[in-house]
Design a protein around this ligand. Structure first.
Ligand code: SAH
Ligand code: SF4
Length: 372
């Protein structure tokens, strides 16, 4: 057994136990250094990377360019299994696949792969649970169990790419960090994962940084840091209200960084990266869907112009046990129209996979709740 693989956490809840180190946690130089440190020629790093990032496999049997007696050992050491599939559900005639995984310590996460005519998108988790406490969100109800390692994020993408290939859904083209967790609260591993996903094979999975979306509840300092990474990823900001009063309830971290600061950081991100920022807005009946709030949202966004932002309203996907529900269709239509009249670009986000609890966090949340 590799000494790099720590034992299973006795309590199953220990936050300090780290997942096994994996090639995808490191950059190219780090991978070579690690392979040499373990007593192997550094060319093995390139060979293993080709299998993993270019051929999307971690199976020793496929590694025919490696000495036969070393294949198992090399794969187990440098590409240790990180995710165990526990359940998988399909919707939209197989075009949406939602998978529940257990991590090495039993923590549950989920990944959703969605095939469209022009693209294949995977929605990945960045944390097991989330500490941000948004009351309308299933993941928020769980609290934070732990951060994912970079490789645990990359592995979700690698498996989705392999799945898309296997099922002939098309090539995996987009990655959205809209699964469980707040990606910017797990900053270092997130950025390492973004690099490993976007670098050209065999250094990475070769999905253009422009096709990666990081969604945040508005952690202002980390938004500023991300703008400086030289990674032209798309930023989505989960606003959900244009006023601090409503947002303090819906997105509690707003008490720390209010609407003005979040929008300022979003606009600064646009200026630094030339990427259009998405503003996410879950429409909740009677809570944040009033016409006056649409007008206020338009006013606060258009203060910076109209070309920098794209608004994505999405009908709330009600969480079990919550009194909140989605806005009425006519209210939703008025909301969208008000934004459009102000010159903003608006796309109602699709509700793919709703019949399989497609809203982020819900499959894993159910399982965690059953666990106690
Ligand atoms: N923590 C990050 C990313 C994960 S959540 C964030 O909050 O942005 C991804 C998106 O799903 C966010 O916009 C979030 O607000 C939204 N979301 C969460 N629960 C939802 C629900 N029940 N219905 C609709 N959208 C929801
Ligand atoms: Fe966390 Fe995002 Fe859910 Fe809020 S909406 S609890 S930040 S996952």
């Amino acid at each position: 057994m590799s000494p790099a693989v720590p034992g299973r956490a006795a309590s199953g809840r220990a936050a300090h136990v780290k997942p096994p180190r994996h090639l995808a946690d490191l950059d190219v130089a780090g991978r070579r250094a690690w392979v040499e440190e373990m007593g192997h020629p550094k060319m093995r790093a390139g060979q293993l990377s080709t299998h993993y990032f270019a051929h999307l496999t971690a199976a020793p049997a496929a590694m025919t360019d490696l000495p036969q007696n070393l294949r198992e050992h090399l794969a187990a050491t440098f590409l240790p299994p990180l995710l165990t599939e526990v359940a998988s559900r399909e919707a939209d005639g197989g075009a949406t696949v939602k998978t529940l995984f257990h991590l090495f310590d039993g923590a549950a996460i989920e990944t959703v792969t969605m095939a469209y005519p022009d693209r294949v998108t995977v929605c990945v988790s960045s944390q097991a649970g989330c500490g941000m406490g948004c009351p309308f969100c299933a993941t928020g109800k769980l609290g934070l169990r732990r951060n994912l390692s970079a490789a645990e994020m990359v592995e979700q993408v690698r498996l989705a790419a392999a799945l898309a290939q296997e099922r002939e859904l098309g090539r995996l083209s987009n990655v959205v960090f809209m699964g469980m967790g707040e990606p910017l609260a797990n900053y270092g591993p997130l950025v390492r994962a973004l690099r490993a996903i976007s670098e050209a094979p065999p250094a990475g999975l070769g999905i253009s940084a422009r096709n990666l979306t990081v969604s945040t509840c508005g952690l202002v300092p980390a938004m500023g840091q991300l703008a400086e990474e030289g990674l032209p990823v798309r930023l989505a900001v989960s606003l959900h209200a244009p006023d601090d009063e409503a947002r303090n309830t819906l997105v509690p971290v707003n008490r720390r960084w209010g609407v003005a600061a979040v929008l300022g950081a979003a606009f600064a991100y646009h200026k630094a990266t030339a990427r259009r920022v998405s503003v996410e807005y879950a429409l909740i009946r009677g809570i944040n869907d009033q016409k006056w709030r649409a007008s206020l949202l338009a006013e606060r966004l258009t203060r910076y112009g109209t070309g920098w932002v794209h608004v994505n309203p999405i009908p709330l996907n009600p969480v079990e046990g919550s009194i909140w529900t989605a806005s009425l269709p006519e209210v939703e239509a008025t909301f969208v129209e008000t934004l459009r009249e102000a010159g903003l670009t608006v796309t109602l986000r699709d509700t793919r996979g709703r019949e399989i609890d497609g809203a982020c966090g819900q499959l894993a949340a159910k399982e965690e709740n059953q666990d106690g």
